[in-house]
Design a protein around this ligand. Structure first.
Ligand SMILES: NC(=O)c1ccc[n+]([C@@H]2O[C@H](COP(=O)([O-])OP(=O)(O)OC[C@H]3O[C@@H](n4cnc5c(N)ncnc54)[C@H](O)[C@@H]3O)[C@@H](O)[C@H]2O)c1
Ligand SMILES: [Zn+2]
Length: 363
């Protein structure tokens, strides 16, 4: 049975369709949300050639003209150069404002294709077919699109909501192990920040989760999308501060990714270490019971996620990267810290020495 999540954003509201082996019916549901569609422009990750072929066939059988652009796998494709090639290809394909962009891939393709859709002819419709767990539970919800500059990740971008999101758990079977676990880290994050029941459910279902059983995947994806959708609905453009709860573990984690030049840890792995550090800091300051921090650490370990840095990392470099995090307000280090499983708080009073201790404890 297809599950769906409604993302409530007034006239920009849309549905996320979640199924297992239900491509045909869920594609139809996405197409139903688009009026007078005659032309689709697919932007797909090179590792998803077969899915792109299946989409081409399904769209062509509905008399929709299909063209597209193949994106090289990896973060390097979120660049001005690939964006410019996509714009050129869109123009050559005679895309107009009635065409739709369909993004097939992980967060890289979703962000890049979404930004291409946001900017081509001042914005065309698009929908997402996320194929990594991270993209399913995080990057395809919320409307953030964009590319990197060589010196700054996600520096250029726009908020541009999709018309629909089509998720099918069957694609997860081919996802490399580390990529899969990296997505799980974000799901654990949702549990800690917003949903104690989700957290407990993960604790009780580690085996089916790690073996990617479709029912477990559907449940985790649906609940994660619901939670992210609620947060996004309350703060679509990150202006009220409510969306900041999603940054739990991310100030530490982004710093770890940055000082290792995005080469050593996948995003979710860095977030797993970041949540461990942030949770420890909260426990040290009696904001969070120590048992809760231990529960979180145990769960991350059972999910085969890292909970400390590999030897050789420089504490001062991590601290200084945290202090220049672009989410800090007026240069004040802002941390999201848990107060119980399912609830976090924004904390601005932690001094450098306290944060340094939290980093050092996990080096
Ligand atoms: N827009 C947002 O709100 C948001 C949120 C979080 C992350 N992001 C962005 O998402 C990006 C990371 O996304 P990601 O983790 O999905 O990485 P990714 O898109 O690079 O995909 C990871 C790897 O998996 C491969 N792949 C994808 N689907 C596959 C499948 N089904 N089978 C086999 N291989 C597959 C890709 O080719 C790639 O090598 C970053 O650029 C990050 O900035 C955006
Ligand atoms: Zn994240």
């Amino acid at each position: 049975m297809t599950k769906s999540v409604r993302v409530d954003l007034q006239e920009r509201s849309y549905s996320i369709w979640i199924g297992t082996g239900q491509w045909e019916e869920n594609l139809q549901r996405c197409l139903d949300s688009l009026e007078s569609l005659q032309h689709a422009f697919l932007i797909w990750d090179e590792h998803l050639d077969s899915l792109r072929e299946a989409f081409t066939d399904r769209l062509a059988s509905r008399s929709i003209r299909v063209q597209g652009y193949r994106v090289a796998s990896g973060e390097g494709s979120k660049s001005v150069a690939s964006l410019s090639s996509i714009w050129e290809a869109m123009l050559a394909a005679r895309m107009d404002r009635k065409s739709v962009v369909i993004a097939i891939g992980g967060g890289v393709v979703g962000d890049l294709a979404g930004f291409a859709a946001a900017t081509y002819m001042r914005g065309v419709r698009f929908f997402q077919v996320p194929t990594t767990l991270l993209a399913m539970v995080d990057s395809s919800v919320g409307g953030k699109t964009g590319i990197n500059l060589p010196q700054s990740k996600n520096a250029i971008g726009a908020f541009w909501q999709p018309h629909a999101v089509l998720i099918d758990t069957t694609v997860l079977q081919s996802l490399p192990e580390r990529e899969f676990r990296s997505g799980i880290a974000e799901i654990v994050k949702y549990g800690v920040i917003l949903d104690p029941e989700l957290f407990q459910w993960i604790e009780q279902n580690v085996a089916p989760i790690l073996s990617r059983e479709s029912q477990a995947m559907e449940k985790l994806i649906q609940r994660s999308c619901e939670l992210k959708a609620q947060v996004v609905s309350s703060d679509e453009r990150e202006t009220t501060g409510l969306r900041a709860v999603l940054n739990y573990g991310h100030t530490f984690g982004h710093a770890i990714e940055a000082i290792t030049t995005y080469g050593k840890y996948l995003h979710g792995e860095a977030i797993s270490i970041g949540m461990t550090m942030a949770g420890w800091l909260a426990a040290e300051h009696n904001l969070w019971p120590r048992e809760s921090w231990e529960r979180q650490t145990q769960l991350l370990k059972r999910l085969e996620l890292p909970t400390r840095c590999e030897p050789g990392m420089d504490c001062e470099a991590i601290l200084s990267a945290m202090q220049s995090d672009k989410k800090n307000e007026h240069g004040v280090l802002t941390l999201i810290l848990p107060v119980k499983i399912g609830e976090v708080r924004s904390v601005k009073h932690m001094g450098a020495d306290e944060v340094r201790r939290a980093i050092e404890a996990f080096l």
